[in-house]
Design a protein around this ligand. Structure first.
Ligand code: GLV
Ligand code: GLV
Length: 322
């Protein structure tokens, strides 16, 4: 019987499907992340690993696993937690979960963009703290999307879905920047490929939808924020590492930009005393962009599909091809 290690309980349908297979299942069943030490101890001799974005997949872990490991399936679309070259040199394929979380993630990106633009956090705090005295003409005024410019950093599946959604709210111009021009996607969203500096200077809303790589690490630093409009809203639902976070705090405090919405931070979880949590113009959510029942079930199911294929020596149906 193949041994399958799963670092967490999966959503109910995928979990039931997993349990119905003839696997020897090794699974961390506590409501917390599987400790690294536990993972290193348990992985010896397993044939397949289902992991999360909170598990680091590197040489140390793969050495501990041994030669019979046939695949790794991560329940995420991002895989910056995986050392792809370490897998490659061992010829171990990597499964992931593209496409199925595009809608959920784009929805949450819109929520954060609109929430930050309309000063939702300040509004909620005011209502709950008794600061809502009367209707006031200039109180809590934010910005609206009509005839504004959206800047998408990384016009992939999620970036495209964000652009379509925000155009429905009145965005009249889309500019994007990334590793390369995306001609077809650009046409679909009516977006113009521009330099990073032009995107910063022209956008009223900047949404980060790219992967964390060595090229995007701390791409948004003080210098970048200082090139943005003072009225701009910055939203990151990709990875915290794309932002130089202390610089973002400064940018918000000094009014270089008007507000921010973040679903990802450095580190995660964000310590309670972090300034971002205290800033009225910064909304922080706990990395929940893909967190709908539908999407999480589908992501977990894709991991199971990948495991089934990999264990029968077939190509993974959802695999990283870089
Ligand atoms: C979530 O952040 C993912 O990469 O799936
Ligand atoms: C707002 O509530 C309005 O009636 O203008």
């Amino acid at each position: 019987m193949p041994k399958v290690l799963v670092t967490r309980i999966l959503p109910p349908h995928a979990q039931a499907r997993l349990e119905s297979q003839s696997f020897e299942l090794i699974q961390w069943k506590q409501d917390s992340a599987m400790p690294r030490k536990e993972l290193l101890g348990q992985i010896k001799g397993v044939d397949a690993l289902i992991c999360l974005l909170t598990d680091r997949i590197d040489d140390e872990l793969l050495d501990a696993a041994g030669p019979q490991l046939k695949l790794v399936a991560t329940m995420s679309v991002g895989y910056d937690h995986v050392d792809v070259s370490a897998l490659k040199k061992r010829r171990i394929p990597l499964g992931y979960t593209p496409d199925v979380l595009t809608d959920a993630t784009a929805d949450l990106t819109v929520l954060l963009t609109m929430g930050a633009a309309r000063r939702m956090k300040e509004g909620i705090i005011a209502a709950e703290k008794g600061e809502w005295r009367e209707w006031r003409p200039t109180w809590l005024c934010g910005s609206q999307f009509s005839n504004k410019t959206l800047g998408v950093v990384g016009l992939g599946r999620i970036g495209e879905a964000v652009a379509h959604r925000l155009k429905a709210f009145g965005i009249s111009k889309v500019v994007y920047w990334g590793r390369s021009e995306k001609v077809e996607t650009g046409k679909r969203v009516g977006g113009e490929f521009v330099s990073f500096d032009r995107l910063l200077a022209e956008s009223d809303y900047v949404t980060v939808c790219c992967a964390l790589t060595k090229d995007t690490k701390e791409l948004f630093d003080y210098n970048a924020f200082s090139k943005m409009k003072k009225s701009a809203i910055f939203v990151n639902t990709a990875r915290g590492g794309i932002v130089q976070q202390d610089d973002l705090v400064r940018a918000l405090e000094e009014g270089l930009i008007a507000g921010a919405g973040l679903d990802v931070t450095t580190p995660e979880p964000l310590p309670l005393d972090n300034k971002l949590l205290k800033l009225p113009n910064c909304i922080v959510l706990p990395h929940i962009a893909s967190a709908t029942n539908e999407t999480r079930e589908r992501m977990a199911d894709m991991c199971v599909e990948n495991v089934l294929a990999g264990l029968s020596n077939q190509a993974l149906p959802f695999s990283v091809t870089e």
